[in-house]
Design a protein around this ligand. Structure first.
Ligand code: ADP
Ligand code: MG
Length: 293
């Protein structure tokens, strides 16, 4: 591509709210055959709400919510914000915590009012030596609804299941249709559990899902897609978690409203704050290269 055609291409892109942070990305995007997409914050709003809390016998939801919210008040995870907001909305005071610890991709723990409170995914409970089986039916039901189940333990006993729901962005279905119309293979990558990920994917007509991916493993999943048939992979994401995958991809595309580190790791930024610009960027890349031949 000539420097002039690239300037014209990047100029048109800017009008469409697509920022090319690296000039080469405009040329590389046309070769993409696979689009790997993060779920939370990219396909969904990324601002979940707490919808359910169900306590096991011997525990009460109203006693547990302030304890769980106290631990989560120390976490930066979107799930944490949902739980704290709902506890406040219900008028609970949030107690002090001590000894807070976060395990990325698993969950969080702290001492609250003299008790040890642990909150996280089913794999976190297993890691702690707790069997989440008594809540498996509830988890399956919540997962089918596209909600993310979270488990709470108090003093080493499984106590409750909570669920958060993160709605699909209204712009997502059309954006995916536009990517499919360009002949791209779409793969969803998420840290969320299998049942929830599948429920969201089914609603969006996505049939390739890699779920329960630890934050440290997202880049490896992108590498695997690249090695599979020497594919060129564009990865689209928004989170702190997504930075390594954005760097690993042939073209990293960040959502403009995303985390600073995601934007810094990306080649292309979608200023619209949603996926809609992705198909435009790829179409523009193809058109720009065609024009200069
Ligand atoms: P994602 O943001 O794609 O869901 P993460 O790797 O950040 O992926 O988290 C994976 C899972 O770990 C979450 O779905 C949740 O079940 C659990 N988790 C992570 N952080 C927390 C937290 N602060 N509180 C409760 N659960 C958490
Ligand atoms: Mg995300």
């Amino acid at each position: 591509a000539t420097p002039t055609s690239i300037m014209v291409g990047t100029g048109k892109a800017a009008e469409l709210g697509i920022l090319f942070r690296r000039g080469e990305a405009l040329q590389q995007l046309r070769n993409a055959t696979v689009v790997a997409v993060d779920k939370t914050g990219t396909l969904t709003r990324g601002k979940p709400e707490l919808t359910d809390i169900e306590a096991l016998p011997g525990f009460a939801a109203d006693d547990l919510l302030p304890l769980v919210a106290a631990v989560e008040s120390r976490s930066e995870h979107p799930v944490a914000a949902a739980i704290v907001a709902e506890a406040r909305r219900r008028g609970f005071a949030i107690p002090e915590t001590a000894g807070f610890a976060a395990e990325p991709g698993y969950g969080v723990s702290a001492q609250v009012a003299g008790r040890t409170v642990q909150v996280g995914a089913d794999r976190y409970m297993r890691k702690l030596g707790l069997d989440p089986a008594p809540l498996a039916d509830a988890a399956a039901r919540l997962g089918r609804d596209g909600k993310t189940p979270l488990y709470a333990a108090v003093d080493g006993r499984l106590a409750a299941i909570l669920a958060v729901s993160d709605p699909i962005k209204p712009t997502t279905p059309a954006a995916l249709d536009a990517l499919r119309a360009l002949g791209l293979r779409i793969v969803m990558i998420t840290g969320d559990n299998r049942a929830t990920a599948d429920a969201i994917a089914r609603r969006l007509g996505i049939d390739e899902v890699v779920a329960e991916v630890l934050p440290t493993d997202k880049a490896a999943v992108v590498a695997r897609l690249q090695n599979d048939g020497a594919a060129k992979v564009a990865f689209i994401g928004d989170g702190v978690n997504d930075a390594p995958a954005l760097a690993q991809a042939d073209v990293g595309v960040a959502i403009g409203a995303g985390a600073d580190i995601a934007i810094e790791s990306a080649d292309v930024v979608l200023m619209s704050g949603n996926l809609a610009g992705a198909a435009n960027a790829i179409a523009l890349s193809r058109a720009t290269i065609r024009n200069i031949r």
